[in-house]
Design a protein around this ligand. Structure first.
Ligand code: URA
Length: 294
């Protein structure tokens, strides 16, 4: 893990504005001993995952147990089960990157140097059936460049967005033979929004592209083995490459975009599909908990 040397020298403030956390002993104690950081968009899903983990690892029944949120802000939420932190990251690259800065700072100062960051999410499949799960190899920008453009001081720098291959292998090896859904490894596009950025026609603004130009875009996407659209993978991968933290994304497919734009599945089916990506992550962290307990 590689962190801003100014922080290491204690030259910067110890108040993390976006998490509303002061880096005092009480805070650092709460965040010490973490290995896995599991991130999802919504607070409810982060809490729900923490409850599942507590049931599986600590045998604590969710009916009588409310996980405690460790962050005192309505922007992000964090729940802890043993060495696993289940965090909400909000929507889009700007949100997840902001979280990643402050979360990495608190985890670093709490003495954690051997971390793995995994985003668990939902996504729109490109030729992939709903219910399947995609493990991301490389994250692309919508212009089909594998990288993430960061603009600072009037200059653009494109940072690499390859996910951690060793982590991906470990996740694959931890899965059960009997899983009821397909788990695929491929590439992902992180778009700037759900609508025009993902080549949809059902947003509020009329697109400047046509069905024909969209179809030829989808053809190029297939050649690059890009399997899904979502909104955070490039931010996550480029941050973690620079911070030298192994990271990846596990995303459930909730729509096959070759069949349409509108997500019309019921809430029940949406929850079921979302659980698939959680299941892949749980299998991974549990496999390692069992190894720890041997
Ligand atoms: N999330 C996205 O970003 N796009 C989809 O189509 C579905 C989920």
């Amino acid at each position: 893990m590689k962190i801003n040397h100014l922080l290491k020298q204690g030259l910067l403030d110890t108040y993390l504005y976006n998490l509303n956390l002061t880096l005092d002993k009480k805070t650092l104690d709460k965040f010490s001993g973490i290995k896995y950081v599991l991130m999802q968009g919504s607070q409810l899903r982060a809490k729900n995952l923490s409850m599942k983990l507590s049931q599986k690892i600590l045998n604590i029944n969710g009916t009588f147990f409310e996980p405690i949120n460790l962050i005192e802000t309505s922007k992000f939420y964090a729940y802890r089960t043993g060495n696993i932190l289940s965090v909400s990251h909000g929507m889009g690259n700007t949100s997840i990157i902001t979280l990643l800065h402050n979360l990495t700072q608190v985890l670093y100062f709490a003495g954690n140097s051997d971390l793995e960051y995994i985003r668990i999410g939902t996504s729109g499949g490109i030729g992939v059936e709903p219910g399947s799960v995609v493990l991301t190899d490389t994250a692309y920008m919508p212009n089909l460049i594998a990288g993430y453009k960061v603009s600072a001081l009037g200059k653009d720098i494109i940072y690499p967005t390859v996910m951690d291959k060793v982590l991906n292998q470990k996740i694959l090896q931890a899965q059960h033979q009997s899983t009821s859904f397909k788990l695929l490894v491929g590439n992902s596009i992180a778009a700037d929004d759900f609508y025009l950025g993902q080549a949809r026609f059902d947003g509020a603004i009329k697109p400047r592209y046509t069905i024909e130009s969209r179809n030829s875009y989808f053809e190029k996407i297939k050649v690059l083995n890009i399997l899904n659209f979502e909104m955070e993978s490039t931010g996550l991968a480029s941050f973690c490459n620079r911070a030298q933290i192994p990271a990846t994304m596990i995303a459930s497919i909730i729509i096959n975009r070759l069949n349409g734009d509108q997500v019309t599945i019921s809430t029940e089916t949406l929850n079921k599909y979302s659980d698939h990506s959680q299941e892949v992550a749980i299998n991974y962290v549990l496999c390692n908990q069992h190894n720890l307990n041997k």
